[in-house]
Write a protein that binds this ligand. Sequence first.
Ligand code: AVJ
Ligand code: FE
Length: 443
Amino acid sequence: ARAGAEATDLRLARAALERARRRTLALTDCLDDEQLMAQHSKLMSPLGWDLAHIGNQEELWLVREAGGRAGLRPDLDRIYDAFVTPRADRPALPLLSPDEAQRYVAQVREQALEVLEGADPADPAPLLNGGFVFGMVAQHEQQHDETMLATHQLRRGEPVLHAPEPPAAPADAAGLPREVLVDGGEFTMGTSTDPWALDNERPAHRVHVPGFWLDTVPVTCGAYLEFIEDGGYREPRWWSQEGWAYKEKAGLEAPLFWRREGASWVRRRFGHTEPIPVDQPVLHVCWYEADAYARWAGRRLPTESEWEKAARHDPAAGRSLRHPWGDDAPDDTRANLGQRHLQPAPAGAYPAGAAPSGARQLLGDVWEWTSSDFTPYPGFAAFPYREYSEVFFGPDYKVLRGGSFGADQVAVRGTFRNWDYPIRRQIFAGFRTARDASVAEVG
Ligand code: AVJ
Ligand code: FE
């Protein structure tokens, strides 16, 4: 049990569940039934599947497991189990209609909040301590909301989502150093105390990271264009063997959603076609493209432990912070999160969100590919179910860190780990590059 598990944990959980639901409904209310049940891409579920899956997971974990109640629709478990039916086959399932799904998720929520009312955050059971299971379910809904946002980005047709433009780059953005130095030495990676950290973030452990340089900001569209225009997609020497083979087979020439128009490039973004914003972090590149760009730039992707050290380690305090700027929750001066904007902010934005290393935008804007495979930390224990993380460990998945403009703050922190196949491009992913510090620099 965690010392100091308090009622505030449950108030935060309720707020996080309500924020997630507002977002889920905003992502589904804007489309008609046909659009909700259509498969906009073989890579994605119909939005109506995500909606009912969100409710089904909430029924499983909050109503049945945490509440000890009988549940509402155990008959739906198989239809909405992600491991039973692959995404491409989900449209053929006997799915709830959008109206039925909306009623279902509302009825589940009513019972889930009754369970939350009666919960004790000091309960020593790991599922309930600190309100873990409520935080887990809020994170689950927000993760699906981000996936649903990616489905919106894949769908053709008129814009249905709207949001204000992100802030302009601050005055000092143009003069930022290209890279920041992170001194060699040990730091604490992962966490054993964060109440809502998921199993793969645990336990905290000491890791020695040799000195390295990291890009101050994510690689921009403008920098990526130079790679394209330098013939980067036609030069096997920049690519790994598997990366080149995949690029050839898939016919990749530029990030997903980019299209040549005359002498320049444009991109499609949530139904709008617009010029490439050269000062924004590049989005919708797969791991192979990020890896090739880094080699072309004479650099490499950071390892996962390098990324986390740059994002959390505070040499002055001698400890790891929850977020790059400290332990306080994210807000709109520190990070572009929560679908507040429908695109990344320009590179160099959010100076108040900088890490002690001086790197900016480590949380928010774009998920960042790392060079690392998704593997368990020493002492890992699957909790509360093997299918959250454990079944994905191994060489097939690469780790992404930081969170995108489409990730909510409940599902983002310095320890949070995301993962995907190295070919994935529809996720809101970019990257930054790194290089070893020389012996002379380390001193
Ligand atoms: C952690 C984002 C890879 O979406 O596949 C959702 C999260 N797990 N439902 C995913 C998740 C179960 C997962 N990622
Ligand atoms: Fe899920």
